[in-house]
Design a protein around this ligand. Structure first.
Ligand code: GLC
Length: 752
């Protein structure tokens, strides 16, 4: 039965019941027309609540499932194919646990490192957020389980999240906060989208018609269901009318919908449409094969591979890493995080793992008989200073050839509902590191944290730093794989590590106050700020070392159509170990006075190469990659002119460049009667036209050019206003000029 036919069989009351859940995790069943759907977090593992009474918020225990690395980690793999496989594994477990829709991925932008849920998000950059988020959706839905991309939109902090208005200009919205959602909707076609708690420019996301209907559906073609975040609806009728189809969890207010229809305040088709979308979602997931179980060991190994592929080697002076597991050596492992694996964040994404392996156990199992591994916790997870623990660790370090120091943030520091107030590691841990470094000459630090931590104040005490992020339940084995060289690190930063919190572009505006958070930094989020202003950072976006080196050569760019190019570059492994390189492509605009971010990530390719081997990395560029949002025109626009294609190993390690030109999008020459004389004179088509008009109006333009002050003044005057100064130049002439250009431009309109 089609959704439309089923909807027609429903009474208004039944239709209204489908627009809200029946329990914390279920939609509403109706007779023999539709069964309840079961929803569950996500995003990096299934949190299938045990059916326990008295847990309205659904935050009690859940049934065991594989805890894969959260998005902060998986995003750092820069490997969409891996993300597809993780998504499919999550879907397999969802199916076995009776879940129809997984509430994830989360793709909000990391505007500030302080956001408590940054561990659940991919990046400061919308391109990689969109590509990795789409891959997760593709993986989840490859088994017919639904994915629900979240939180739409501009949910970039936890502080006051249910009330705060994210005040953001349209250009920033379109270039930073919406593109990841747009890419996922257009490319991966998620079955559902979850609106966020916050307001956007004063209007709650749950009743933001422009976002939920005009942008999401009418512009992007989304044909799935929009559900609320849990408790995000403030006005049932307004939400439904704006395009929110499902309130979760239920608030027992379906009668408000029926009454509003009966009183003529709500169009009944709005209700039937929302009910139909619920039925369509049911129909889509009903096509899924059902699984009873999954291979627990295989999924654990996949979690291990994902964590291994995502850790970022920040520094490795003197090639301290990898350690040789067969060498005769004393290794001291220091830090409670080596014994107690820190592998995920707090809140709704918290998964009950099927098992965990600690770095200490994994290291001990992996080293040979000639390597002695000692351990000292060094600190307690409550952050208190404990001199005895420090002394114990220092004593072992004094006898060691190398110290592996596991530092990081306690889970309480990074959770839903809370933002951090600083980005430092606990002082007790830094004290320990300094003491250890004072007695052991070779120190490698391994980090466990979901949000970026500052490293500048302590990294001098370590020859190597491996950022392990939150590695999921198999993190211990994954880190051992990298520390002992069974695999080379291949993660890259998807978020800049600043020297100081004060250097972060949003610092003056985050988290806002008095119900508003102004996005004063605009589009200049992350590397878009640091690289445009050439500000120093501790480690740049895209950075990551490995156990070999790579060369870039033979950059080519070929135009393949209207505003379409194919860019290729050769990568060569110039070292002596198999490893992966992540070649990154940025589109750059070198302007004396910046009018847009200096460069933006527009493509990446992760390629594994044996020593001495080479391969071509290939990227496709389109006009959209060059465009910026024109607030004045309320659309994306490609300006004619030159742009630079940069290819490199990070946003600050550009290896090769080439310059290309675009004729622009040809959608009207954008000159109007109110464009200034200067804009007309500088325009390739408008210039000759206005000179001719001025000459016919016997205005000796050369006169102005012999009088620089006069010309400077004249150039800044809108053409229509010049008519008052130059009688021979009539408004009719000016309007005719503008109309002619607009008409001519329309003739050459090109798809952008
Ligand atoms: C939470 C989160 C959301 C989650 C939902 C259900 O408040 O914001 O990400 O999916 O509620 O737990």
């Amino acid at each position: 039965m089609t959704a439309d036919a089923a909807t027609d069989r429903l009474t208004l009351e039944e239709q209204a019941s489908l627009t809200s859940g029946s329990t914390t995790w279920n939609t509403t069943p109706v007779r023999d027309v539709v069964l309840a759907l079961t929803l569950s977090d996500g995003p990096h593992g299934i949190r299938r609540q045990k059916d326990v009474p008295g847990d309205p918020l659904g935050i009690q225990g859940s049934r065991p499932a594989t805890c894969f690395p959260p998005a902060v980690t998986l995003g750092s793999s820069w490997d969409p194919a891996l993300a597809v496989r993780v998504g499919a594994a999550i879907a397999r477990e969802a199916s076995a646990l009776g879940i129809d829709v997984v509430l994830g991925p989360g793709v909000n932008i990391k505007r500030s490192p302080l956001c408590g849920r940054n561990f659940e998000y991919f990046s400061e950059d919308p391109h990689i957020s969109g590509v990795m988020g789409a891959a997760i959706v593709e993986g989840i839905q490859s088994l017919g389980v639904g994915a629900c991309v979240k939180h739409f939109a501009v949910n970039n902090q936890e502080t006051d999240r249910m009330r705060v208005s994210a005040d953001v200009d349209e250009q920033t919205l379109r270039e930073i906060y919406l593109p990841a959602f747009e890419h996922i909707v257009r490319e991966a076609k998620p079955y559902a989208v979850m609106c966020s708690y916050n307001r956007v420019n004063g209007v709650h996301a749950s009743q933001h018609r422009r976002l939920l209907t005009e942008v999401l559906r009418e512009e992007w073609g989304f044909d799935g269901l929009v559900m609320s975040d849990w408790g995000a609806v403030n006005d049932r009728v307004a939400a439904l009318a704006a395009g929110l189809d499902l309130e979760m969890p239920p608030t027992g207010t379906d009668d408000q919908i029926v009454t509003a229809v009966r009183e003529g305040r709500l169009d009944p088709t709005v209700v039937s449409t929302a009910a139909g979308r619920l039925l369509t979602l049911r129909d889509r997931v009903d096509r899924a094969a059902r699984f009873e179980d999954w291979d627990v060991d295989a999924h654990h190994e996949l979690a291990r591979e994902a964590a291994r592929s995502s850790a970022v080697l920040l520094k490795n002076d003197g090639g301290l890493l990898p350690l040789d597991p067969t060498a005769r050596q004393h290794v001291v492992v220091i830090g409670e995080f080596a014994r107690t694996l820190r592998f995920q964040g707090g809140g709704s994404s918290h998964v009950e793992p099927t098992r965990t392996d600690s770095p200490l156990d994994a290291l001990r199992e992996a080293v040979g008989p000639d390597t002695e591994v000692a351990f000292a916790p060094g600190f307690t997870l409550d952050g208190e200073r404990d001199p005895a623990l420090v002394s114990e660790a220092v004593a072992l370090a004094a006898r060691a050839d190398v110290a592996l120091v596991f530092l990081g943030l306690p889970e309480a520091a990074e959770t839903e509902g809370l933002d951090r107030t600083h980005i430092g590691l606990p002082a007790a841990q830094l004290d320990l590191l300094r003491e250890v470094a004072g007695t052991c000459a070779r120190v490698a630090v391994v980090l466990a944290n979901g949000g970026v931590v500052s490293v500048s104040e302590w990294e001098e005490h370590a020859q190597a730093v491996l950022e392990g992020w939150l590695p999921g339940q198999a993190g211990g084995a994954a880190l051992a794989d990298l520390l002992l060289g069974r695999h080379s690190p291949s993660g890259r930063l998807t978020e800049t590590i600043p020297h100081r919190l004060e250097d972060v572009p949003s610092h003056l505006y985050f988290p806002g106050a008095d119900g508003h958070v102004v996005h004063g930094e605009g589009r200049y989020v992350g590397y878009r700020h640091y690289d445009t202003l050439d500000r120093p950072v501790a480690y740049p976006f895209g950075h990551g070392l490995t156990y070999t080196t790579f060369a870039y050569s033979d950059l080519t760019a070929e135009q393949t159509g209207d505003n379409r190019w194919t860019v290729e570059v050769t990568l060569t492994n110039t070292g002596n170990r198999y490893a992966h390189e992540v070649a990154q492509l940025y589109v750059a605009h070198d302007e004396a006075r910046p009018t847009r971010p200096r460069h933006e990530l527009r493509g990446f390719a992760k390629i594994g190469l044996e020593p001495g081997a080479s391969a071509r990395a290939r990227f496709e560029l389109t006009g959209r990659d060059l465009a910026q949002w024109s607030t004045g025109r309320n659309r994306r626009r490609i300006s004619p002119g030159a742009f630079t294609v940069e290819v490199g190993a990070s946003s600050r390690d550009i290896r090769l460049r080439t310059v290309l030109t675009t004729p622009g999008d040809g959608r009207g020459h954008d000159l109007t009667a109110m464009s200034t004389l200067g804009e007309w004179l500088d325009h390739p088509v408008g210039g000759p036209a206005v000179r001719q008009a001025l000459e016919q109006a016997s205005v000796p333009i050369e006169l102005a050019q012999t009088n620089p002050e006069l010309l400077v003044l004249a150039r800044g005057v809108p053409l229509l206003k010049l008519c008052g100064l130059v009688p021979e130049l009539t408004p009719e002439t000016v309007e005719r000029l503008a109309a002619h250009l607009a008409e001519e431009g329309a003739q050459h309109a090109r798809p952008s």
